[in-house]
Design a protein around this ligand. Sequence first.
Ligand SMILES: *[C@@H]1O[C@H](CO)[C@@H](O)[C@H](O)[C@H]1NC(C)=O
Ligand SMILES: *[C@@H]1O[C@H](CO)[C@@H](O)[C@H](O)[C@H]1NC(C)=O
Ligand SMILES: *[C@@H]1O[C@H](CO)[C@@H](O)[C@H](O)[C@H]1NC(C)=O
Ligand SMILES: *[C@@H]1O[C@H](CO)[C@@H](O)[C@H](O)[C@H]1NC(C)=O
Ligand SMILES: *[C@@H]1O[C@H](CO)[C@@H](O)[C@H](O)[C@H]1NC(C)=O
Ligand SMILES: *[C@@H]1O[C@H](CO)[C@@H](O)[C@H](O)[C@H]1NC(C)=O
Ligand SMILES: *[C@@H]1O[C@H](CO)[C@@H](O)[C@H](O)[C@H]1NC(C)=O
Length: 669
Amino acid sequence: MPMATSLKFILTIISLLTVPTVSTASADVDLLLNRIKPSIAGKSENLLLNSWNTSVPLCQWRGLKWIFSNGTPLTCTDISSPQWSNLSLSKDPTLHLLSLQLPSANLSGTLPQELGEFSSLQSLYLSVNFISGQIPLEIGYGSSLSDIDLGNNLLTGSLPASVWNLCERLVSIRVHGNLLSGSVPEPALPNVTCSNLLYFDFGQNKFSGGFPKFISDLKSLRLIDLSSNNFSGEIPNEITRLNLEKLNLSYNNFSGVLPNFDRSKLAAESFEGNENLCGPPPLRGCKRGSGGLSSGGVAGILIGLMTGTVVVASLLIGYSQRKKKNLDDEEFDDGEEDENDGCGGGGGDEGKLILFEGGEHLTLEDVLNATGQVMEKTSYGTIYKAKLADGGTIALRLFRDGSCTDGGLWLPAIKQLGRVRHESLVPLRGFYQGKRGEKLLIYDYLPNKTLHELLHEPRPGKPVLNWARRHKIALAIAKGLAHLHSNTEAPITHGNVRSRNVLVDDFFVARLTDFGLYKLMIPSVADEILAAAKADGCKAPELQKMKHCNSRTDVYAFGILLLEILLGKKPGKTGTRDGFVDLPAVVKVAVLEETTMEVFDVEVLKGIRSPMEDGVVQALKLAMGCCAPVASVRPSMEEVVKQLEENRPRNRSALYSPAEPRSGIDTPF
Ligand SMILES: *[C@@H]1O[C@H](CO)[C@@H](O)[C@H](O)[C@H]1NC(C)=O
Ligand SMILES: *[C@@H]1O[C@H](CO)[C@@H](O)[C@H](O)[C@H]1NC(C)=O
Ligand SMILES: *[C@@H]1O[C@H](CO)[C@@H](O)[C@H](O)[C@H]1NC(C)=O
Ligand SMILES: *[C@@H]1O[C@H](CO)[C@@H](O)[C@H](O)[C@H]1NC(C)=O
Ligand SMILES: *[C@@H]1O[C@H](CO)[C@@H](O)[C@H](O)[C@H]1NC(C)=O
Ligand SMILES: *[C@@H]1O[C@H](CO)[C@@H](O)[C@H](O)[C@H]1NC(C)=O
Ligand SMILES: *[C@@H]1O[C@H](CO)[C@@H](O)[C@H](O)[C@H]1NC(C)=O
């Protein structure tokens, strides 16, 4: 085994040669003096670095902190202490470098690879210098490094992937303002979490490539700055799962749709300067199929408008003089402040606009420059039709002063409502809170009639409401409610299902509005809705407080609505004294008297061949089931949808043509 022998021999020689000699200096001091100092100083003299000299007491070396092997830090703060002038300290082998902090020190050299050799070095702060060259990959060998700030230097090349060796210890990594290029390296190991990492600042470099997806797994992150680089591609949705305090992706080349960030927390400037990115202002809007709001603004219906019938809202001339930037700040102000505001509370200095999908083009400026016209007044507020400067029209619901709950509950609720999208639900496009706490909900304006008007307000030119059309309307409402009840985030109760809250267009496409609003109101105001529902005969018998409303009470109200559609009769209080139309009771009496067919509205039966085969009778049964006095036996809205779909009118030829007025050719449909 000659090989083994010689190897053993060589090892012996080596160990003899390297018998530990008595160390005359701390290994870290050696490194600093012989490697670090000459490298980072650059060519010229550096006054700060001149202090690193064994003829100067260690405590007086600039920009350094030390720690003894036993974990005790060396305290150099007290000039009168013996340590301050102890010249032997630099020879103490038990001293280790803890931090190297020389920001703005006129350093003009390069980073030496020996930076990775300090066993106890935790903080490396060399920002705002003129350090050039590459970041040595050995930096990833620093066994204790947790804070790295190399910002505002002249560093070039790519970031070595080895920095992710530091992942689990790393608290901050900042390389802002250099000339670093290439893509952000991926950690070598999958599923790293860097569980202590708070700050990830790569802004103002020349990084390129896609969004570094792995950072959306770094759950502890509070700040991400990738601004002013050359990143491209889409921003992954996963990033919204992070609980970020600051995110800056501006001035890159990101594209696609901006993920749904909590915009009350993140500034609008976080995303600007990405030409191919669409989203809320100041980004360009995303193309959408649905009839979102046209570009322009939200009409300004504000304080003082609550009483007027027709209002020209140029009240707020002051606003238009404010700087655009200011306005953007307000729009996406952090939500905290707001959440503490009561409904009528002071609010911020100015208004605040939160936009939802399809409302991206609205600006605060336009909110304050439009004309509004009262469409309807309810116990809790007023609905305006508002004209935008660009000619578009929107619907605004202004809440009565003091009618809504405090902001802490309000904001999450409004955001949930803002995310609801369904073809049978009128989408909420935005929410505005004025400086005095006034609150506006912004909807598409649909120039439609309410189902209530269609059913009960005879008018020349009113379209025929045959069974096919009524069925279509009922099915749409049922689908809208089923969608709310099965909302994945958290089920939403409509709370105010009634024919006045159903909008119907010329093609008998029906949409429910005002869903979930009771959640935004203080209990006493919410209970006014309940009182109105009771008067209108659509309150479920078991429901005593609005806060207890649920999907079953919605089903009850839907049952009444379906009876209203079938019977063509207005439920609830009639104009006459003590008069009250109890639709379920009307049906029961008719069934007992065997006059069931007579309860239907004449228009319903007109032209249908068989009330059984066309699903009219089934619909009546279904409505009665929904109105069961015992909540638990009522069907779910999903079941209602199913039954209505199974029992469709056979002749639906007139369904998809626009409404022809009653005065037109008298066809059966
Ligand atoms: C250290 O300081 C002494 C006296 O201040 C000076 O003579 C010497 O050149 C310095 N050594 C180095 C390496 O700068
Ligand atoms: C100076 O430092 C050395 C090395 O740590 C230590 O042994 C010595 O006690 C210190 N002298 C004083 C006066 O503190
Ligand atoms: C900074 O360094 C440059 C050379 O790199 C030198 O000319 C200049 O005087 C230094 N400034 C200060 C304030 O030390
Ligand atoms: C990483 O995470 C994914 C998804 O969570 C998992 O499927 C995979 O097994 C993980 N890989 C490792 C090496 O843990
Ligand atoms: C994002 O970074 C850019 C420059 O990189 C800066 O101008 C802008 O103010 C930053 N935005 C935020 C919200 O911090
Ligand atoms: C940015 O990246 C693209 C490729 O994605 C490249 O074509 C372009 O030259 C880069 N621009 C700069 C300024 O580096
Ligand atoms: C931005 O990215 C697109 C591809 O998404 C590319 O065509 C374009 O050149 C890029 N622009 C710049 C300035 O890098």
